[in-house]
Write a protein that binds this ligand. Structure first.
Ligand code: KPL
Length: 292
């Protein structure tokens, strides 16, 4: 079996190495003409080297298993170049931040098996060929439109083994809610996650976001946590106090952010439910203006 990979950034490369360790073939779908490269993975005291093979640009072999680790806004563009090769009943696993892109991929491939995944694994690259894994984290995966438990083909062999999520939509919402509470504020205030907890003004704004997110969650009748969202968001902000959020990192690097797939998704859901979210709507526009 071959897993094709779209999005060979830090997380994409990390899962490529996990699949290779499990004896699975991985082919990278890249825009570069190179057909393989060496990747060094540094994890704890280990240093391992992997050969990552890329498909030729004109490859025609059908794609039956596709892992997508691009940033959410890049998903459809990235797929487009390879769309003709993707089997209608392919297994497509989206391991990304945000929500909304899964439905867009399902609409392109109505008969495909769409899997969604979220991970807390931490990895970064000191150069394109050197990957540092700082935490194995946990990875949850589930089929998007059914409640059947299971993992995509071969993923049960991965170490650490991903968790088969009974309700991956709930897990996606939990992650989205936390990202709504932390990411846009860190981008607007250009601050580390921990500063949101220590600055009373930022904290009040975080509370306002969480109150609005909870309005949507209540209307969807989908409780996320047993306690309030703000408690969980503060916990994550504290645990990642020294981190620069992914959204702030994108802003500082003048890259498009995932705001449309985080706060934007939340605001769309609210619109459909007839709920107004003035605070989140304003933040959505503010973050968009940072990178426009
Ligand atoms: O997931 C994150 C992100 O930066 O995207 C958080 C939880 C905010 C940690 O930085």
């Amino acid at each position: 079996m071959i897993w094709h990979l779209l999005g060979a950034g830090a997380i994409g490369q990390l899962f490529a190495t996990r699949l290779i360790d499990a004896g699975v073939s991985v082919r990278i779908l890249s825009r570069q003409p190179s057909d393989y490269y060496q990747l060094h993975l540094l994890e704890g005291k280990d240093k391992r080297t992997y050969m990552l093979h890329a498909d030729a640009i004109d490859a025609e072999e059908p794609i039956k298993h596709l892992l997508i680790c691009t940033k959410a806004p890049d998903t459809l563009d990235a797929i487009q170049a390879h769309q003709h090769r993707i089997c209608s009943n392919a297994h497509i696993l989206l391991l990304q931040n945000g929500m909304g892109q899964h439905e867009a991929v399902q609409a392109l491939f109505p008969n495909a098996n769409i899997w969604a995944g979220i991970t807390t694994a931490g990895a970064w690259r000191s150069d394109p060929f050197t990957l540092h894994c700082v935490s194995q984290g946990t990875t949850e995966i589930g089929l998007l439109n059914t409640r059947s438990l299971g993992l995509p083909d071969d993923w049960e062999k991965l170490l650490p083994q991903p968790i088969a999520a009974a309700n991956i939509r709930l897990s996606l919402w939990r992650k989205l809610a936390i990202n709504c509470a932390i990411n846009p504020l860190t981008a607007v205030h250009q601050c580390l996650n921990g500063e949101l907890v220590n600055n009373p003004v930022f904290l009040e704004q975080m509370q306002a976001i969480c109150d609005e997110v909870e309005k949507v969650i209540n209307a969807l009748d989908q409780p996320l946590f047993e306690t309030s969202l703000i408690e969980h968001a503060l916990l994550v902000a504290n645990q990642t106090a020294k981190n620069r959020s992914s959204m702030l990192t994108d802003v500082l690097n003048s890259r498009p952010t995932e705001i449309d797939f985080i706060t934007g998704y939340l605001c769309n859901q609210a619109d459909q439910l007839g709920i107004s979210l003035p605070f989140n709507q304003a933040l959505l526009q503010q973050v968009k203006s940072l990178t426009s």
